[in-house]
Write a protein of this length. Structure first.
Length: 628
């Protein structure tokens, strides 16, 4: 981890929780509720778990064999049952579960009963293909309802889903399919981006060509003119589901049975397969959705994430459906066809909870306040932000254009934590730019390198005790899991630098390791470096994150060329394209500098923080280990 713990400028404004909101909130007094929850976390989590359905009860809440945790031991459950069956057995049967709006303005609405039928059909179809409990399925779909159906169908029969964001390129997809040895890949012919058609099946064709474990590819056909399906390996989604029964009993799974693997970037070139399980993840996502967004029966919950990332898993699919909520999900960009897109959806569907990202807010800020002012946003109750630090200026803008009274929940968490960890609740006083205090049952803190709590000041964000929705391991790489709990003795190290103020409010300031957050997307510098050096002209590369006005951070690469190669604008362009082809558009460097040497330690490790300090004109800190 970097030795530098910078302190960013912080806003001193305090915005008291709106009294009328506090008076009707699920949690009205944070201090009392928090104290009680951490006095006996197992009792707290057990109480929450009892709000959900279990086929058989646990005999022990937690087995903590440091750093390995098991929650709800001996219990059987199924998250898909809790998202669907639990509601279709009640009046919620005909409540709207999902409103989907496509890029071209199409609308599809699923009641809980309809979603249940689709999921059951899909689950039966997957069974027909021979999938059984523990098998893996890769879902590489654009943001369409079939993504949600496929995830819940896998969960229903105990199959582990691995959703891969549809912006990843063929080699990146291949690595992810290969690592978890998926038997089936679910994809679509195309996705859309600002009205451009993005072919997806050719990406899958290329990836699957080198993945011998893949037996079948299921294709959602969105366009009539797309490439024909190559039978027998490829099957059309509609054909496969058409005659399936709408009943498929949810598998009674052990609480610790895996639910999904989600690949995320770390500090090496290989993505990490973060593994979550049915029981604990269900409890964590259920209660955070309910308390953080103060979810009520009549709410419409609009989360702008893509289910390709963890926010989509936890706060489009699982958390809201566990609560029987109505979700709005929309394909496409916030400024297409115009910058009123999301405000229009909020007005049209009467959205009450709007969960978005700092990058999207900063993008919308650029178009000015006239756009939100055109729409009736009075249905909004609670706002949310996630994925990267939100600068006070963006916070204030978001607050102001939505009426100036709606609280913003700045939620800090990670793929690994499964659910929100540090966040305001609607009853908590806010400070723009701070994620405020830990969620109930979570002992988050800021410590020094030795794990000593810092009363106030800068340090490392840590979590001191296990929690139900924590990842259980890194798939096939338990040694990488151990690193989270070994880096600072006795605690889970998040990898973030954080400042704790006099009121115990936490201000997350960015990553302490070699992870860059581009528009909230997590990119490992090592992944980009290895993509660069796979180009024939490159001998060595170093990548840093550099502040960017809209995206928060952007990727900058420093590259040493092989002998005989000459620098040219065309070569730089080619290198950018090469990374895009290897990893995807989100990972392509915005700037590339050709250099003669890179700063290294005597043992040969590239000192990226020295490069970064130089780039930003800052003090590089301790450079005693620098070779030259
Ligand atoms: O650096 C933190 C940042 O995002 C990282 C986790 O990234 P990922 O696993 O992709 O999950 C993103 C969605 C939960 C964290 O280590 N981060 C996330 N939320 C915030 C944040 N940084 C500051 N403030 C936040 N609210």
């Amino acid at each position: 981890m970097s030795e530098n713990i910078e302190t960013l400028q912080r806003s001193t404004r305090v915005i008291p929780a709106p009294p009328e909101m506090k008076a009707q909130a699920h949690i009205q007094d944070y201090e009392t509720a928090y104290k009680a929850s951490i006095a006996d976390p197992e009792k707290f989590w057990e109480g929450i778990a009892k709000e959900l359905h279990w086929f058989s009860p646990w005999h022990k809440v937690l087995e903590w064999n440091y750093p390995w945790a098991k929650w709800f031991l001996g219990a059987t459950c199924n998250i898909s049952y809790n998202c669907l069956d639990r509601h279709v057995q009640t009046w919620r049967r005909n409540k709207v579960a999902v409103i989907w709006v496509g890029e071209k303005g199409e609308e599809r609405i699923f009641t809980y009963a309809e979603l249940y039928r689709q999921v059951n059909k899909c689950a039966n179809a997957l069974k027909e293909l021979g999938l059984t409990k523990g098998d893996r399925v890769t879902i590489y779909l654009p943001k369409i309802p079939e993504q949600i159906v496929a995830m819940l169908a896998c969960a229903r029969i105990g199959v582990i889903h691995s959703v891969v964001y549809s912006g990843f390129s063929a080699p990146a997809l291949q690595t992810r399919i290969h690592d978890c040895e998926s038997k089936v890949v679910i994809t679509a012919d195309v996705g859309y981006d600002r009205s451009k058609t993005i072919p997806l099946k050719p990406v899958v064709d290329e990836a699957v060509a080198n993945c011998p474990t893949v037996e079948k590819v299921i294709v959602v056909q969105r366009e009539t003119t797309s490439t024909p399906i190559q039978a027998p390996k490829e099957i059309n989604w509609d054909d496969l589901l058409k005659d399936q029964s709408t009943k498929c009993e949810a598998e009674q799974l052990d609480a610790e049975d895996p639910l999904y693997i989600l690949y995320t970037s770390g500090t090496t070139g290989k993505p990490k397969g973060v593994l979550h399980v049915h029981g604990g993840y269900m409890v964590g996502t259920y209660i955070t959705t309910k308390y953080v967004f103060d979810l009520k029966e009549e709410d419409v919950f609009f989360c702008v994430a893509d289910p390709g990332w963890v926010t989509g898993h936890s706060y489009i699919v699982y958390g809201p459906l566990l609560n029987g909520a109505t979700i709005l999900t929309a394909e496409g960009k916030p400024d297409y066809p115009n910058p009123g897109r999301w405000w229009d959806l909020i007005e049209h569907y009467g959205v009450s909870t709007f969960y978005t990202t700092p990058t999207a807010i900063r993008l919308l800020m650029k178009y000015g306040e006239d756009w939100p002012a055109k729409y009736d946003l009075s249905s909004l109750k609670i706002l949310g932000s996630v994925g990267e630090p939100i600068n006070p200026e963006a916070w204030e803008w978001f607050h102001r254009v939505t009426g100036g009274t709606k609280p913003i929940m700045d939620t800090w968490w990670q793929t690994e934590t499964g659910a929100i960890m540090v966040t305001p609740l609607p009853c908590v006083d806010l400070k723009p730019g701070s994620a405020t205090r830990p969620f109930l049952g979570i002992e988050a803190d800021v410590t020094d390198r030795e794990g000593n709590s810092i009363p106030h000041g800068g340090g490392f964000a840590v979590i001191k005790k296990p929690w139900p929705s924590m990842m259980r391991t890194i798939y096939k790489e338990p040694e990488r899991y151990l690193l989270y709990w070994n880096t600072i003795p006795g605690v889970y190290t998040a990898g973030d630098v954080c400042h704790k103020d006099e009121d115990g409010y936490m201000w997350f300031m960015g990553r302490a390791d070699d992870v860059v957050k581009v528009a909230g997307n997590r990119i490992g510098t090592a992944e980009v470096e290895s993509a660069l050096v796979s180009h024939k002209a490159v001998v060595e590369a170093a990548v840093i994150g550099k502040p960017h006005k809209t995206a928060g951070e952007m990727i900058k690469a420093f590259v040493i060329l092989k002998q005989g190669q000459t620098e040219s604008p065309d070569l730089i362009k080619e290198l950018k394209n090469h990374v895009q082809q290897e990893l995807g558009k989100i990972a392509a460097p915005r700037e590339i500098d050709i250099v003669q040497s890179l700063p290294k330690t005597r043992s040969g490790k590239i000192m990226r923080r020295v490069l970064k300090a130089k780039e930003l004109g800052q003090d590089p800190g301790d450079i005693s280990t620098l070779d030259e």
